[in-house]
Write a protein that binds this ligand. Structure first.
Ligand code: IMP
Ligand code: MG
Length: 187
């Protein structure tokens, strides 16, 4: 009996244990860096950031609030983000004067994050930093400073742990590389 994801999986890139160990380290680093902050707000980017947020915040030992934003990019194929980014769901609070930490699943071209950053900066927060679980440096099209990075990964399409393969498999506890010849529409 094989699990449904197995036919799409080329290899496991980051195991559950490796993810959890690194997320603990990130949480401890964030705890140190924000020890004096009284206004920390974690902003999770939906949908890919949900598992990461849920695990990361358990290791952040300073008082903080959470909020959510949903962003989509459109114009190109599903696996290529374009420069056109749109807000599907905005925050429902004023972020002026707050220390914002954006929690994202992956930075690829950087277009999505550049859009989020420029939008949030217009709202006069005290600070804005980025925490991404995954980073694909080879794919970057715009220059962005990443404050916290879980793992730099090669230019391969990955899924699991929040990241989807055509909207499914976000629940997998590990990060897998998708077989290049496979697509969930071919089921
Ligand atoms: P960017 O705007 O090109 O940086 O794209 C970022 C978004 O593209 C991420 O938030 C993901 O939703 C999606 N993405 C990029 N690479 C992958 C991948 O390998 N697997 C799943 N989603 C990805
Ligand atoms: Mg995303």
């Amino acid at each position: 009996m094989t699990a449904p994801y197995e036919r799409y999986l080329q290899e496991t890139l980051i195991s559950e244990d490796a993810l959890q160990a690194r997320i603990r380290e990130l949480g401890e680093q964030i705890t140190r860096d924000y020890a004096d902050s009284h206004n920390l707000l974690l902003i999770c980017i939906l949908k890919g950031g949900v598992l990461f947020l849920a695990d990361l915040m358990r290791h952040i030992d300073v008082p903080h609030a959470i909020d959510f934003m949903a962003i989509s990019s459109y114009g190109d194929g599903v696996r290529e983000s374009s420069g056109h980014v749109r807000i599907d769901m905005d925050l429902n609070q004023d972020v002026a004067g707050k220390d914002l930490l954006i929690v994202e699943d992956i930075i690829d071209s950087g277009n999505t994050m550049q859009y989020i950053l420029s939008l949030l900066r217009t709202r006069k927060p005290a600070s804005v930093r980025i925490c991404t679980l995954l980073n694909k440096p080879d794919r970057r099209k715009v220059d962005i400073t990443l404050d916290y990075v879980g793992f730099d990964i090669p230019d391969k399409f990955v899924f699991g742990y929040g990241l989807d393969l055509d909207e499914i498999f976000r629940n997998l506890p590990f990060i897998g590389v998708c077989r290049p010849d496979m697509d969930t529409s071919q089921s």
